[in-house]
Design a protein around this ligand. Structure first.
Ligand code: AMP
Length: 359
């Protein structure tokens, strides 16, 4: 694992007045560049030739400079890492960044300073560790079962080899479970090996809220910046009534909708964020730094159930490049999550405390 002292050494060679912000051109890169520019940073987009046109078509959010790669994984090449370091680059990791480059590679081979605590990658990425973290935060989690029969009713099945909810399904019998897993392998959604590596959870009823938080170690504050609701084909399944075709029963994330929550539920929402940060400080100091998202389902009878934490900027924040109905009460100026990241870096540079947020 690349140690904090290695990163500090790289960072000590940086010209702090010329720090540039960079990320891979995907996921929430437009928002990250836009926010960084607003805070006065120069930006670099690590981009493939074919995607450049897309970013160029948004002049206020395109990066100031492109580093063109054939493949996003090329950021691991020594030559490119050296070039990023020569440019005083701080990388902002987003969902696709971690996905394309691989969490192990980021931990073992990537020497370019990144915003946030690298240890978080493991605590988010491994299901068991993530559960330990959320349990420590005293959050209600979906019950987990070894078998469908143990649950004695409808369960939610998660596949380890599938991404973004693709292929997830519900079932209420062992027989049906086997049949559906076989189908997924046949369709190539998962591999044979993945089909024995599944998680069987309580099927949680209620309304979904994906809450976007930001923990600032420099201000010692957990901020609730915005929230969204993901859209999945299943949300439209009523259109197939009365005989819903199987294709509608699909949980793949395809987009995001803005949402706000009843004000009387806000104390609970804010408490969940603070608890998540406090648990992270105990488990992997200095804990969760920067943006994270709690994926929740609320039901008036059961309260909030948290089925996932994303420990980085999530794509749902793309709804709010000019701030949200909540960030308006936190900042005088329009504040997206992308801009909030750049603001934290700016504060770190100004106070000479940048090492506290870069790993
Ligand atoms: P995830 O990949 O964990 O974000 O899950 C993808 C989608 O599956 C979510 O956005 C929810 O719509 C749904 N989901 C996940 N876990 C559960 C659960 N335990 N009960 C009901 N729905 C769930």
């Amino acid at each position: 694992m690349i140690s904090k002292s290695q990163i500090d050494e790289v960072l000590s060679g940086f010209d702090k007045n010329k720090i540039k912000i960079a990320t891979i051109c995907s996921h929430s890169a437009l928002q990250i560049f836009h926010g960084a520019k607003k805070e006065g940073f120069k930006t670099i987009g690590i981009c493939t030739e074919s995607r450049k046109e897309t970013y160029d078509s948004f002049p206020l959010a395109k990066p100031d400079e492109y580093f063109i790669v054939k493949n996003f994984k090329d950021v691991l090449e020594k030559k490119l890492q050296d070039r990023l370091i020569e440019n005083n680059v701080i990388i902002i990791p987003h969902g696709s960044f971690v996905e394309y480059v691989g969490p192990e590679n980021l931990e073992e081979r990537f020497l370019v300073p990144m915003f946030g605590n690298r240890k978080t990658l493991k605590w988010e990425g491994e299901r068991k560790m993530q559960r330990e973290w959320l349990e420590k935060a005293d959050l209600r989690l979906p019950k987990q079962y070894k078998t469908v029969s143990e649950a004695g009713g409808k369960v939610f099945v998660k596949l380890s080899g599938a991404k973004g909810g693709r292929g997830f399904f519900t079932t209420d019998s062992e027989e049906d479970l086997k049949k559906k897993l076989k189908e997924k392998v046949k369709k190539g959604i998962i591999s044979e090996a993945d089909s024995s590596n599944i998680t069987i959870q309580e099927f949680v009823l209620g309304v979904r809220y994906y809450v976007h938080y930001f923990y600032s170690p420099l201000e010692n504050r957990t901020e609730m910046l915005s929230m969204d609701k993901r859209i999945e084909p299943i949300d439209e399944s009523y259109r197939g009534l009365p005989n819903i075709p199987d294709e509608f029963l699909d949980y793949t994330v395809t987009g995001n909708q803005p949402i706000i929550i009843r004000e009387s539920l806000l104390p609970e929402v804010i408490k969940m964020g603070i608890n998540t940060v406090n648990a992270s400080l105990k488990l992997f100091y200095p804990g969760m730094i920067g943006p994270f998202c709690l994926e929740t389902i609320y039901h008036p009878e059961n309260g909030f159930t948290v089925f996932e934490v994303s420990a980085r900027i999530v794509a749902g924040t793309n709804l709010y490049p000019d701030g949200s109905p909540y960030s308006t009460y936190l900042f005088e100026e329009p504040m997206s999550t992308g801009r909030r990241i750049a603001r934290e870096i700016k504060i770190g540079i100004k106070r000479n405390e940048i090492e506290k947020i870069i790993f």
